[in-house]
Design a protein around this ligand. Structure first.
Ligand code: G4F
Length: 338
């Protein structure tokens, strides 16, 4: 019999790639979404899997809804990817963030605790939990020091999963994923914003782009590589939490430089701080300026993973480097204009 999986957050980047991956492993895939939210299955359509998934209406903050859906489907595995995942917005909407990212998980864990069937749970934890850790590279033993309501909501969820695993012997684990990008990345995240807007500038659809802190550094991997790691975590017998990342990190400015190189836009940087600008050497005009609007009340300046444990125990390592990710995202963006 086919294994059954329930994915919350099916409409997001990770939900869509994970669904595609699990379909290739012959799972029956149920995708939970919120009926009153902006129903947007465009990512599933783009991956050609829209008709292969059973979509199911789930109010994740309502215990009765979570209880009903899980008991109806009786999944073998649940991947809890539903979240308010945009860090900047979490400063404006802390209650909404904590409700969605923390309280909803208690509903799932309580249903699992009371279920006769053994269900395995993957929880989406994040590198944002480490905040401005002073460690050069972060592993599973690094202390958490979250720097946003989003990070705090995820630390709480991370500890919930540990608690239910230890106290009730539930088969659950958390993947601590560092940033992961792809052509399906949401428009609000910095990589997609840079690529989209630089491609628009190249195609004379835009003159200028505004960014915030371009000196923050991130460990960027490729989302399709990372969903495989999620699945691998649920296949091991003794559940544990794992860091998933590339082990390399670059600043936003380096990301821009690499993207401009790929798009063959000749640039130079001038000025400092809020007056820093990126000049297109062909037109001699500024194409990137800094705006305070995109600064966060508190930012995480440096995130670099040490994914050794995942390599050793899961035999997982990131396959796609940053240049390859930039190429895929730029090619996809350019083809969307045609
Ligand atoms: O692309 P970002 O918005 O991603 P962030 O905050 O690192 O969070 C992402 O990765 C986490 C780790 O996996 C996830 F948990 C989370 O859900 C999300 O997927 O911003 C990256 C950096 C930040 O330092 C930000 O201040 O880029 C800086 N930045 C500079 N200018 C900007 C901008 N970020 C955005 N989104 N927009 C800007 O204009």
């Amino acid at each position: 019999m086919k294994k059954k999986v329930l994915i919350t957050g099916i409409m997001g980047q990770d939900g869509a790639y994970l669904a595609k991956f699990l379909l290739s492993k012959k799972y029956k895939v149920y995708g939970a979404y919120r009926r009153n939210s902006n129903y947007e299955n465009n990512r599933l359509r783009r991956l050609g899997i829209e008709d292969k998934i059973e979509l199911i209406d789930l109010e994740i903050n309502e215990f009765t809804s979570v209880n009903y859906v899980i008991n109806k489907i009786k999944p073998d595995e649940i991947y809890n990817l539903a979240a308010m995942s945009f860090v900047a917005s979490s400063f404006d909407q802390p209650l909404y963030t904590i409700n969605t990212n923390f309280f909803a998980l208690i509903n799932i864990l309580e249903v699992m605790k009371n279920s006769k069937k053994k269900i395995s749970l993957y929880q989406a934890s994040t590198s944002e939990m480490f905040g401005n850790s002073t460690k050069k590279s972060i592993n599973e033993n690094t202390n958490f020091d979250p720097a946003s309501p989003y990070g705090i909501s995820k630390v709480g969820s991370h500890y919930l999963v540990r608690l239910y695993r230890k106290a009730y012997n539930l088969d659950c684990c958390s993947g601590i994923l560092f940033n992961h990008e792809s052509p399906l990345r949401g428009e609000e995240f910095v990589t997609k914003k840079i690529i989209r807007q630089l491609c628009e500038i190249l195609n004379n659809k835009r003159k200028i782009m505004y960014l915030g802190n371009i000196y923050a550094k991130r460990d960027w991997g490729f989302a399709p590589d990372y969903v495989e790691a999620m699945w691998k975590m649920l296949q091991i017998k003794n559940k544990d939490d794992f860091i998933i990342g590339t082990g390399k990190c670059y600043s936003i400015k380096e990301f821009i430089n690499k993207t401009c190189k790929y798009l063959k836009i000749n640039i130079k940087w001038t000025g400092k701080g809020i007056n820093e600008k990126c000049i297109n050497l062909n037109s001699n005009k500024a194409i990137i300026k800094i705006s305070k609007k995109f600064y966060r009340p508190l930012d995480v300046n440096h995130l670099k993973s040490n994914p050794l444990k995942a390599k050793k125990i899961l035999n997982w390592a990131a396959k796609t480097n940053l240049s390859a990710i930039i190429k895929k995202m730029c090619d996809d963006q350019i083809s969307s204009f045609n």
